[in-house]
Design a protein around this ligand. Structure first.
Ligand SMILES: [Zn+2]
Ligand SMILES: [Zn+2]
Length: 275
């Protein structure tokens, strides 16, 4: 299977991305969509570097998180545009709106989100959307700014069926995180059971939101197996079927084929002796 959305910043995983990913490979994860966002573009650059080092396993997304919308400048936009055009970058994100934390003023979040939808259209890459407590504004900006032209995913889906219908209609797939394993996430579990199988992805959003039975601990990409198992149970299908479908959906959405071999990730380092 693939982890359709994870953060691998060194600050989250001091033991190094390679060992984290090797544990996930052992658990059956063959692909990692690594998201680089932060107060500046350091994490974005790191995600691209990681994807470059592991072209068979890792793809990168670059963007400006709604939390950091206040850091947006014309200059950062130009730099992001240059990064987003790199071949290792498969999507622009995560971008969107977060009215739960309000780390950036809402009007700033909205204008930066709109500009970044335009950036995604410019580089013709899909969008990874983060939305929290901002459903109507998120959908109307996606609609108004022509996001339909590139599509994308609603990452860490935490809305309801009415939102899902509009998002699917706009060309956005639904990516489920560990939240779906929480018994009190009724609306999210309902959508996971109901959504068309060819529009469903699974992710960890590592290091956040570890699924049951790891809830409350640091999340890592290998835990996506628990989320996959939960979604399969909710849908009443074999977990192998769910894994095959979500891997295919991730690869199609991000126009990327991950290597199926379950070899360790550091073979390139071993080859050149720099490991
Ligand atoms: Zn997010
Ligand atoms: Zn994220």
């Amino acid at each position: 299977m693939a982890d359709a959305h994870c953060h691998m910043d060194a600050g989250y995983f001091p033991e190094g991305a390679e060992s984290v990913m090797n544990r996930a490979v052992d658990a059956g994860v063959v692909g990692f969509v690594v998201v680089g966002v932060g107060r500046d573009l350091t994490a974005a650059q790191s995600a691209v570097t990681l994807a470059r080092a592991h072209p068979d396993r890792v793809s990168a997304c670059v963007g400006i998180h709604p939390h950091d919308a206040v850091t947006w400048t014309e200059r950062a936009h130009e730099e992001l545009l240059r990064l987003a055009a790199e071949p290792e970058v498969v999507a622009v994100g995560e971008i969107g709106l977060d009215y739960h934390y309000d780390h950036s003023p809402r009007d700033v979040q909205r204008s930066v989100f709109a500009r970044l939808v335009g950036l995604a259209r410019e580089v013709r890459k899909p969008i990874v959307v983060h939305t929290r407590s901002a459903a109507d504004d998120t959908l109307s900006i996606l609609e108004r700014e022509g996001a339909r032209q590139v599509g994308g995913i609603i990452h860490c889906f935490s809305e309801d069926r009415a939102f899902a219908v509009r998002a699917l209609d706009l060309g956005f797939d639904l990516s489920f995180s560990g939240i779906v394993t929480f018994k009190n996430a009724g609306a999210v579990r309902d959508v996971a059971a109901w959504a068309p199988l060819d529009r469903v992805l699974v992710e960890t959003d590592s290091p956040y939101l570890a699924p049951v039975p790891h809830r409350g601990t640091r999340c890592e990409p290998g835990y996506v197996v628990h989320t996959a198992r939960c979604v399969a149970e909710l849908r009443g299908i074999p977990v192998q079927e769910l894994c095959a479908a979500t891997l295919a959906n991730t690869e199609r959405r991000f126009a990327k084929v991950f290597s199926r071999g379950l070899h360790a990730l550091n073979s390139a380092e071993r080859r050149d002796g720099s490991g």
